[in-house]
Design a protein around this ligand. Structure first.
Ligand SMILES: [Zn+2]
Length: 86
């Protein structure tokens, strides 16, 4: 399982904040007559941050590094063989 490099907590997800984003929603009427609002797409954000959900440290601003943090400690399969991630 992934561990936060700041506080050492085991984490299964990261908080992802996207700043100055354009978000498209789909507004519709549900069968019971209320309004439903679903997020469809988010585009055009300036920058993003990935935070530890336990200690709220900003761990990275890179999507690739965020993926590496989440996948650290997870067994990786390469060419059909399971190897331990460092
Ligand atoms: Zn943390």
């Amino acid at each position: 399982m992934a561990k936060c490099p700041e506080c050492g907590a085991e984490i299964t997800y990261l908080k992802n904040f996207c700043f100055n984003a354009t978000v498209e929603y789909k507004w519709s009427v549900t069968p019971n007559g209320s309004i439903n609002c679903d997020e469809q797409t988010m585009t055009d954000y300036d920058e993003e941050e990935y935070w530890c959900p336990v200690c709220d440290a900003i761990l990275t601003t890179s999507e690739d590094e965020a993926k590496d943090i989440l996948l650290s400690g997870t067994p990786q399969v390469v060419d059909g063989q399971q190897i331990e991630s460092t």
